[in-house]
Design a protein around this ligand. Structure first.
Ligand code: SAH
Length: 462
């Protein structure tokens, strides 16, 4: 099985320092269940590629899987040919320093974002969509190509293997840790017994990025081979600090003095809360509530008696419940809040009769032709007194160094609007439904490009 890492950089030889492997040498390493070879097939002034070839001992690999009752599988299996947990082990052994972000000779390179591309010749996966869903939220562009089961017998269809190319501008350390975690997640297998130590490995390598990944639960579950107790332990730690009390404490601290350290999303949520507070709303809809960050703030607001969170993603609602400690919520709190599964593109009577509604970073997740349906659902049928809508400001994207030109900030965004585009849309919506609308920047304002995010505040006119 073969993994090739391409990098564009001048001088390309810098990458040799980061990988800790001499570009002129072919080096071999013993793995416990196979052998790894590292070499550079290509190097120019501006481009360099490194190949990691992993040769598995197929019999040894399958024998260690003692549950396998199909004897022939020990001799006939895909393990030597596909990227699997053995590839991850090879990465962490052979490119350990690069993965851990240490480079004694050139520490300046560790945090440098490079144009990187990883090619995997055969990656087992249940389908191409999961490959996209795992890598794209991390900022990569993903290409997948199916591999026929047997090119002599096209009628047999495709195999469950994909040739995969992921590319993006990021640190070498990030690319390697993403591959390390996500290859076995896609393969959904491990060549060794998964024990408690795996939780530590996942938290060490996944740590920060996994907490924010929309597929955090699925990644955790598959990485830990569906072992429930380990999965729960890992998820608990990944979501810790998001607890209700801790969050309250954190918000206090932040309110005290640390305003400038707030993340953009916290700034946005606080600004939305401020607007809702201004309206004096007693009942509030959080449409596209996601994992419930705004819901937590709404719950803290004593004057709000009724909160309804809705999302089209069942998984997000589950996550919201966990983060709100739903099971342990006091009956009084529980009376104030409901979470419902629903789509903003279908009329829903449950949304009627509320004072205010928030749609925080939601509209850009809908295909533009569906916005008309959303407009009707929210402004014609649900018709709350006030509506707050936020969305990213596309003009600001040029200021994000790690975002390639023309790319969206999130893999699931269907569009990103300039200030003029958002204002045009919102003015039209307000006009169509007898609201008036005003606009506010969200986050630090750049003279030319505006703020990173934007907010429209609608007030019903009768
Ligand atoms: N408002 C949340 C989440 C933003 S992400 C926050 O600010 O943290 C966008 C959310 O919109 C996702 O949870 C997604 O599942 C939801 N969403 C996308 N399309 C939707 C639709 N048609 N109906 C309801 N929710 C939708």
């Amino acid at each position: 099985m073969l993994l090739t890492l391409f990098a564009q950089h001048q001088p390309a030889s810098d990458l040799g320092y980061l990988y800790h492997k001499h570009p002129q040498k072919v080096q071999e390493f013993d793995l416990r269940k196979g052998k790894a070879t590292v070499f550079y097939p290509h190097q120019s002034e501006t481009e360099i590629s490194l190949c990691l070839l992993v040769e598995a001992d197929p019999v040894g690999l399958v024998r260690s899987n003692s549950n396998d009752t199909f004897a022939l599988r020990q001799y006939v299996n895909d393990r030597p040919y596909v990227a699997s947990s053995l590839m991850s082990s090879a990465l962490s052994q052979v490119l350990r320093n690069a993965m851990n972000g240490s480079c004694k000779d050139r520490p300046d390179l560790v945090d440098h974002p490079f144009e990187l591309r990883a090619e995997l010749s055969a990656l087992p996966a249940p389908g191409p969509s999961l490959i996209h869903e795992l890598f794209e939220p991390l900022g990569y562009t993903v290409e997948t190509a199916s591999v026929p089961l047997d090119s002599n017998w096209p009628e047999w269809g495709d195999a469950k293997y994909f040739r995969v190319v992921i590319s993006g501008k990021c640190r070498v350390q990030d690319l390697l840790t993403h591959l390390y975690v996500l290859i076995p997640v896609l393969d959904n297998d491990k060549h060794y017994f998964v024990s408690d130590g795996e939780v530590e490995k996942l938290l060490e390598k996944g740590g920060e990025w996994l907490k924010k990944h929309p597929k955090m639960e699925l990644i955790t579950r598959r990485y830990l081979r569906h072992r429930k107790s380990l999965t729960n332990a890992a998820l608990e730690r990944l979501t810790e600090g998001n607890g209700w009390e801790e969050e309250e404490e954190k918000t206090h601290q932040l309110e005290d003095a640390l305003e400038e350290k707030l993340t953009l999303h916290q700034v946005r949520l606080n600004q939305v809360m401020e607007k809702i507070r201004e309206t004096g709303a007693k009942s509030v809809l959080d449409l596209g509530c996601g994992e419930g960050k705004l819901l937590r703030l709404l719950l803290k607001e004593k004057g709000i008696e009724k909160i309804l969170g809705m999302d089209v993603s069942y998984r997000s609602l589950e996550m919201a419940k966990r983060k709100l400690y739903w099971e342990n919520m006091s009956p009084r709190q529980k009376e104030r809040i409901d979470l419902i599964h629903g789509a903003l593109t279908y009329r829903d009577r449950r949304l009627e009769g509320f004072d205010a509604a928030a749609l925080v970073e939601v509209i850009e997740h809908l295909d533009p032709p569906r916005l008309e349906a959303l407009e009707k659902v929210v402004f014609q049928h649900a018709r709350p007194g006030n509506v707050v809508i936020t969305t990213v400001n596309q003009e600001y994207n040029v200021l994000f160094e790690s975002l390639a030109p023309g790319k969206f900030r999130h893999g699931d965004h269907r569009f990103e609007w300039t200030r003029a585009q958002f204002e045009d849309w919102a003015e039209k919506v307000a006009g169509n439904h007898k609201y008036k609308v005003s606009f506010f920047p969200v986050g630090p304002v750049h003279e030319q490009h505006g703020a990173p995010s934007q907010m429209a505040f609608f007030e019903m006119l009768d």
